[in-house]
Design a protein around this ligand. Sequence first.
Ligand code: FES
Length: 109
Amino acid sequence: MEEGYTRLCLLRELTEGKGKRIYIDEHPVAVFLFSGKVYVTDNICPHQHANILHEGFLEQGHVVCPAHGWSFSLETGNQPGGRWGITSYPVLIRDGVVYTKFAHRKFDW
Ligand code: FES
């Protein structure tokens, strides 16, 4: 396994078009399966700091926060037309296991 990657879950535990919340230490990340590809992002929405992006709707490569509809790219974490973003982490899949390269960081809000 490449250095710095953390085991998250089995690939078969993910459901197409849905997210799953997993904690790395105390930091929640969202793991999504969208169009057959796995994405890992922060799970806390920067709008009201809600820990709910894993329950978001997936459309056109974006996760839409279920609380008030802010949207973030699964690939980059960027908010289209907005100044807030989340982090999208590198993903590795080996032998049916999903890993991510997670970087601890402090939120600046
Ligand atoms: S908490 Fe996500 S859009 Fe408001």
